[in-house]
Design a protein around this ligand. Structure first.
Ligand code: AHM
Ligand code: MG
Length: 328
């Protein structure tokens, strides 16, 4: 059951994670270190996003990243902030980012590197110019003993030990799952802390809203085109921001479905499996929803590369089910 927190029982992100860890016998508190670094980094990124126009860090840097996509100035800044905040946490063995071709192999398992953290530092960065909500997405995996860390890191999403995102919108919101439901924290600027506002979020069903870049209709498969015809005939509403974190956050709170299917130009889809689709899929499933690539659970896809792309259909189970009825 979803529970709303009030000022009467103010709980910070750190104390919430510590309380969660204490439920597990033998917990070392290491996890708290990672999430506190993510919290620090995202507060710094949020600050840069808010001041981007004033500090003139809007627009492209003139270089493409490993994806062949134009990097924005804030992509580079957000990436640097995350690397600086997480790089010295002694239990992080691997850091991997959308902005870097290869992962940073920081510490072996023997040196204490027990976790891999994968992230998209600033998703939807092309929207910053117009002050639209953007976000940071993160995925945490436990590294097994021995073997190559680069190989171990390429685990299916069902092996994630934590995942979430921070939305830099009209408020700065951190959504987190450690595999035991989904909690939402809002940054209280006056005290500089993420404060728990909702515990155990469940995606509502019955919301006839779809979120897709409908300009690509002619480039989608026949099945997706049929689904779109069906929603037009069935009193659906459409919402698409073009910033995955903002679109998925709306779906998490209000229900409905978010889709980024393959197009003729992008036959594998656009969104990246390891640091966009997997963490979002874990959040959505933990909130009682579904996340599929069209035929199977995103969390069960066996990854073959850090920057692999996938088709994404996620949201409340009834609305994802309605899409899948057109795909079989
Ligand atoms: P990015 O990681 O380069 O910012 O790209 C991902 C973004 C998502 O936030 C969003 O859902 C999608 O690209 C929008 O793509 P499109 O403009 O093709 O609709
Ligand atoms: Mg992205």
């Amino acid at each position: 059951m979803e529970k709303r927190w009030t000022q009467d029982n103010l709980t910070s992100l750190q104390s919430s994670i510590l309380a969660e860890e204490q439920k597990h016998p033998g917990a070392t508190g290491e996890f708290t270190w990672i999430l506190s670094a993510i919290s620090l980094a995202t507060k710094a990124i949020g600050n840069k996003v808010r001041c981007a126009r004033i500090e003139d860090v809007i627009g492209e840097v003139g270089e493409t990243n490993v994806q062949g996509e134009m990097q924005h100035k804030l992509d580079v800044i957000a990436n640097e902030i995350i690397l600086r905040c997480l790089g010295d946490r002694e239990n992080i063995g691997v850091l991997a980012s959308e902005e870097n071709e290869t992962p940073f192999l920081l510490r072996s398992r023997e040196e204490g590197g027990r976790y891999a953290v994968l992230f998209d530092p600033l998703d939807g960065s092309s929207n910053v110019d117009s002050s639209v909500g953007v976000g940071t997405i993160f995925s945490v995996l436990r590294l097994p003993d021995g073997g190559s860390r680069e190989v171990a890191m390429l685990s299916p999403g069902k092996d994630q030990v934590a995942a979430g995102y921070v939305l830099y919108g009209s408020s700065t919101v951190l959504v987190l799952t450690t595999g035991n439901g989904v909690d939402m924290f809002v940054l209280d600027q006056s005290i500089g802390s993420f404060v728990l506002v909702t515990k155990g979020i469940q995606i509502p069903s019955g919301n006839k809203t779809y979120s897709i870049n409908e300009a690509y209709t002619e480039k989608f498969s026949k099945e997706i085109q049929q689904y779109l015809e069906w929603v037009h005939e069935n009193d659906y509403s459409s919402r698409y921001i073009g910033s995955m974190v903002a679109d998925v956050h709306r779906v998490l709170l209000k229900g409905g479905v978010f889709l980024y299917p393959p197009t003729k130009e992008k036959p594998e889809g656009k969104l990246r499996l390891m640091y966009e689709a997997n963490p979002m899929a874990m959040v959505i499933e933990q909130a009682g929803g579904m996340a599929v690539d069209g035929s199977k659970r995103i969390l069960e896809i066996e990854p073959s590369g850090l920057h692999e792309r996938t088709s994404v259909i996620l949201g409340s189970s009834d609305q994802v089910g309605a899409v899948l009825q057109h795909c079989s």
